[in-house]
Ligand binder design. Structure first.
Ligand SMILES: Nc1ncnc2c1ncn2[C@@H]1O[C@H](COP(=O)(O)OP(=O)(O)OP(=O)(O)O)[C@@H](O)[C@H]1O
Ligand SMILES: [Mg+2]
Length: 257
């Protein structure tokens, strides 16, 4: 199953969630590939994968048809590999825009690896630019992480509208698997209000699991480790492990995994 993490808004926990969910799935003995589609390269960095260098990258896969198998990196977590692009993705984006059927590129590149992995998790950049549409275009389903702020709530609605109004050739067919509330601190009034409003507007689409604000989640990337290898006792680890279980149940119930 190919699952993308996307939102119009930046800094809402897309990468933190993609990385730690991928790690949670790999810990359940599933084969997982994390595709870092963000030129910022944060997902690769968070797992200690340098990327870049002289060799080919994800940009060459998307723009020039280099096999995806040539840009895979093993992580320290057994069963978890990363495909990273970094800065060359920004260049690839421009050349992709001139190609026919750009949003099918990642889907096509992943096809030969279908038997190798149980899950492919795609970390999209913020916004609905071409790279995000490439990620969503490859995915069977997507998750939208969001934070407890009114601006994030507005961005969420705009994101769904933007997807619906994307021109037909580029519009992804992926299904919304769930909205994920991240960086939650129920001691604040604002968090309570916004979480209630997100659940009122989007009901059963919102994952029951919420990710608490937890400084360990923000520290782990600097050490190139998932939360499970950095602070396995931290509330963030427990939350992402619960999310993994809920996500699997949901995907299986919907016939997606
Ligand atoms: N639950 C959390 N508790 C504390 N800090 C968090 C949590 N989740 C994410 N962060 C921190 O918040 C910042 C933004 O998170 P992250 O990079 O995951 O968001 P993003 O949506 O991928 O951002 P971008 O749009 O730039 O790709 C990062 O510094 C991250 O370490
Ligand atoms: Mg990110």
């Amino acid at each position: 199953m190919i699952l993308a993490f996307s939102n119009l808004k930046g800094g809402v926990g897309k990468t933190t969630s993609a990385v730690n969910l991928a790690a949670a799935l790999a810990r359940s003995e599933l084969g997982v590939l994390l595709v870092d589609l963000d030129p910022q390269g944060s997902a690769s960095y968070s797992l200690g994968v340098p990327g870049g260098g002289d060799g080919p990258g994800l940009g060459d896969v998307l723009a020039d048809g280099v096999p995806l198998a040539e840009v895979l990196w093993e992580t320290q977590i057994p069963g978890l590999d990363v495909a990273c692009g970094g800065a060359d993705l920004a260049r690839a984006q421009m050349s992709l825009a001139r190609r026919k059927g750009p949003t099918a590129r990642l889907r096509e590149a992943l096809a030969p690896l279908a038997r190798r992995y149980d899950f492919v998790i795609v970390d999209c950049p913020p916004g609905l630019g071409l790279l995000s549409l490439v990620g969503l275009g490859a995915a069977r389903a997507y998750v939208v992480p969001t934070t407890p702020q009114y601006l994030a709530l507005e961005a969420l609605d705009r994101f769904f509208t933007a997807l619906e109004t994307t021109e037909p050739d580029l519009r992804p067919r992926a299904r919304l698997l769930g909205i994920l509330l991240t960086m939650i601190d129920h001691r604040t009034h604002l968090t309570e209000e916004v979480c209630r409003e997100v659940r009122r507007r989007h009901g059963g689409k919102v994952f029951r699991t919420e990710i608490p604000i937890n400084v360990r989640l923000a520290q782990a990337p600097e050490y190139g480790r998932s939360i499970f290898d950095f602070a396995s006792w931290a509330p963030g680890a427990l939350a992402y492990s619960r999310l993994g279980a809920e996500m699997l149940r949901r995907a299986r119930r919907q016939g997606l995994a």
